[in-house]
Design a protein around this ligand. Structure first.
Ligand SMILES: Cc1cc2nc3c(=O)[nH]c(=O)nc-3n(C[C@H](O)[C@H](O)[C@H](O)COP(=O)(O)O)c2cc1C
Length: 296
């Protein structure tokens, strides 16, 4: 059975081989009866993606002890328009109701996290939730306190000057970093993860869209990122597991603002590699055709 605990239900397997051909790490092959089996000594290269488990049309495969009958079935998205509308109507929220999110919504958000993709399926992200207004106040006070200490220690640096702008703003009643959000999510990676700086950003993108679908407002918090870059002592407050670094943060909570229509943003540059060449080829073909017709 081995480390992967890979099992095939012989009564259900139809020998289609989809599990074998979809394995990106070539971990599976056919046995003498045409059923899938783990290649000798290949266990170590399994990425634990469970593609074999997911693709099986009859639910014949179990891996890591997972029971296919306990998986939800996939279904075709009925309304791509609704998904597009969700993406288009997402806005940065900077005004939040001063109330905690209800527990169920918070749990729904947490329950979505395992499906976030990570490079090499590394799956080692750490998610630090600030779950209530009181904890947020504490974290906010500690952040600004540590920024003040950093400025006192090195008052003449450019970083200190920049942070002083944020601190002065906070002291005069305008919290530009946290925007009075009741909650925050900070995503951290092991420093040696294959995609340490990318995975957390993908995670927050998933989180943001799902949150907004649940009526929860979000704000990417680049300023908190700048704070902890300038004042690493802030990171101690998060009590991350050993070897982890915080990568990015998002504020969230019940929005105290409603947007009525979708914006009409500037377009990004969209390039099509190879198009010029393809067009040139069809132009040459057209010329050839005209020439042949002309000669005829
Ligand atoms: C990586 C990133 C970091 C951001 N950091 C902040 C921030 O610290 N404070 C803030 O008010 N907005 C922040 N924003 C929000 C942007 O200003 C916002 O996305 C942009 O103005 C477009 O508005 P929209 O998100 O409502 O479409 C950030 C956005 C991104 C993508």
């Amino acid at each position: 059975m081995g480390k992967l605990n890979f099992k095939v239900d012989k009564n259900k397997c139809i020998g289609c081989g989809r599990c074998i051909s979809d394995c990106s790490c070539d971990v599976l092959e056919r046995d003498e009866n045409g059923l899938p089996k783990v290649v000798d000594d290949a266990e170590e290269r399994c990425m634990k993606c469970q593609h074999c488990f997911a693709i099986c049309p009859t639910g014949a495969i179990s891996i890591f002890g997972k029971n296919p009958d306990k998986s939800l079935k996939t279904f075709k998205i009925q309304s791509p328009e609704a998904v597009l509308n969700l993406m288009q109507s997402r806005k940065s929220i900077r005004k939040f109701k001063q109330e905690n999110l209800n527990r169920n919504t918070l749990n729904e958000l947490k329950n979505m996290l395992p499906w976030i993709p990570t490079g090499c399926n590394n799956h080692s992200l750490a998610f630090t939730f600030i779950e209530d207004i009181e904890s947020m106040k504490k974290f906010k006070n500690e952040t600004y306190k540590k920024i003040a200490e950093m400025i006192n220690e090195n008052p003449n640096t450019e970083t200190a000057q920049q942070m002083k702008v944020l601190l002065d703003s906070y002291n005069s009643g305008r919290d530009r970093v946290f925007r009075n959000a009741p909650h925050a999510l900070i995503v951290s990676s092991p420093v040696d993860a294959p995609c340490a700086d990318i995975d957390p950003v993908i995670a927050l993108s998933y989180f943001e869209l799902y949150a907004q679908s649940l009526g929860v407002g979000t704000l990417w918090c680049g300023l908190l990122y700048r704070c902890w870059k300038s004042t690493p002592a802030i990171v101690d407050e998060l009590k991350l597991p050993n070897g982890y670094k915080p990568v990015y943060a998002m504020l969230f909570g019940v929005p105290d603002v409603k947007y009525e229509r979708i914006t009409q943003p500037e377009k990004y540059k969209i390039m099509s590699y190879g198009t010029v060449f393809t067009k040139l080829k069809s132009f040459v073909k057209d010329c050839e055709k005209s020439l042949i017709n002309f000669v005829k």
